[in-house]
Write a new protein. Structure first.
Length: 105
């Protein structure tokens, strides 16, 4: 079985650079929620209390590859923010309100 370094040598320098770019983008994406939490000076335990979940749930949310919009919205709201989802078309932008919670009732 080949190790990863041996496998990488089979790619051209351009392909290796592309792999590195994609890897860094994925790492940044996965670390984004944790970075947002840290910028708000909250630990996973702090956020877990705010969301009434276990710390392990916060860790799972921060490392999930695919997250439900409702879960993401609750996470952002616990940080003190508001999640907005916008769709850009060539002729304009539409804000999706389908996922917003009704706070008027």
């Amino acid at each position: 079985m080949e190790n990863f370094d041996t496998l990488l040598r089979e790619f051209t320098p351009e392909e290796r650079a592309e792999i590195a770019r994609h890897t860094q983008a994925l790492i940044a994406e996965y670390e984004l929620l944790g970075a947002l939490r840290k910028r708000r000076n909250l630990t996973q335990q702090d956020l877990a209390k705010l969301m009434a979940v276990r710390q392990a749930s916060i860790s799972k949310i921060e490392h999930q590859r695919d997250i439900l919009v409702g879960t993401l919205s609750k996470y952002i709201e616990a940080l003190g923010g508001e999640l907005e989802i916008r769709v850009k078309f060539p002729d304009g932008v539409v804000k999706l309100r389908q996922f917003a919670e009704d706070v008027s009732s």
